[in-house]
Design a protein around this ligand. Sequence first.
Ligand code: MBD
Ligand code: FE
Length: 255
Amino acid sequence: MNKRVKDVVEAIVGAVQRVLDEKEVSESEYRNALHYLMKVAETGETALLCDVFFNSTVVATKARTSGGSTPAIEGPYYRDDAPLVDDRLKTYATDDHKPLLINGTVKAVDGTLVENVTIDVWHSTPDGKYSGFHDDIPTDFYRGKLRVGKEGSFRVRTTMPVPYQIPDQGPTGALLETMGGHSWRPAHVHFKVKAPGYETLTTQYYFEGGDWVTDDCCNGVDSSLIAPDLVEEGSRVMNIDFVIEPAREQMGAQA
Ligand code: MBD
Ligand code: FE
């Protein structure tokens, strides 16, 4: 018996029951919904569908109590097996997008330097795919792990991502369309900042003035995550000073 699981699942079941009742959902609608969910599972879109609707809510809960940098949704395309990279993500030889330089620092909330920090960086390919998930693109493209230097700074080069359409041919895209919505996300770069003894910071950054920044289908944009339009020597530049907080006990965690 796990009290936390009981608590949360009972609340979810209660919420769904209330909606079925209030909306007077019929048997055929209910069966349609079940078939829909089976299609979601068959097409491997379970994480995608849930992330579209729920990831931002979980992130908002974390953000309320976090003293560190603004967190953001992870999305379904993180790979823990990305390669270590030095100062550049591997990009396609044919990629003619504007160069992007991402640099900044990592510090603890009390301003001190943190040891052994790694930053996972990942973003989509020029054609809006994620390596390691789509089209058999090898996992080392457009993603990598950076080691932050002893002085707390990092720097990596890549190319500019573009607005991203979440897979729109499957059940997730179909549902968004049926609901009169769209399946576009603003161009973004994902980050995961990890250090022993610290809370992992998962976040993403967007580009000032970019399409869909104010209308993300995943509701993932916070104004503090929009990088100003800064260009130096033909390269778009993103300066990010990450702030991470000491690890805390996880709420409700059980052995
Ligand atoms: C993505 O690339 C993404 O970042 C999120 C949050 C959801 C779907 C696709
Ligand atoms: Fe993404």
